[in-house]
Design a protein. Structure first.
Length: 144
């Protein structure tokens, strides 16, 4: 799960997906990162922590990190929140097999960055949850 700073959207996606994976008994490794380096080592934004907590998801122990080219080999799929994240992650991909792993979390729709708009955190949570549920259900259908 990748966004710009790894403090708002991608930590939410990380926590939501981890909960869904656990709920469904799947053996997936879920992580999150940012394309920028501003918040490395920091916890998620307190507003993301709060909205996640409101939905029963604890993301308070997450630690922000920057997306690395090693992530292409560590993960089967890399979901990004918006087109700028998509462009930045694809720019690091040196192989076609790496580029094929990268996609928008919501297919064609973007997850807006709520950083400057407190009132968007709940809506963003719901958008991310919908996307994560779709991914899990598609994967379960494909592998059943």
């Amino acid at each position: 799960m990748v966004c710009l700073g790894n403090i708002c959207r991608s930590p939410l996606a990380h926590g939501i997906m981890e909960n869904l994976v656990k709920e469904k008994g799947l053996d997936w490794n879920v992580d999150s990162a940012g394309t920028g380096d501003w918040h490395i080592g920091s916890p998620p934004d307190k507003r993301s922590v709060a909205v996640a907590q409101n939905y029963g998801v604890d993301i308070s122990a997450q630690c922000c990190r920057q997306f690395s080219i090693d992530d292409f080999d560590r993960f089967d799929r890399i979901y990004v929140m918006d087109r700028m994240n998509l462009r930045d992650v694809l720019a690091k991909a040196s192989k076609e097999k790496h580029r094929e792993k990268v996609r928008l979390l919501l297919n064609t729709e973007v997850v807006p960055d709520p950083y400057y708009e407190d009132g968007q955190f709940d809506m963003v949570y719901q958008m991310i949850e919908k996307g994560c549920r779709r991914i899990v259900e598609e994967e379960l259908k494909t592998n059943s």
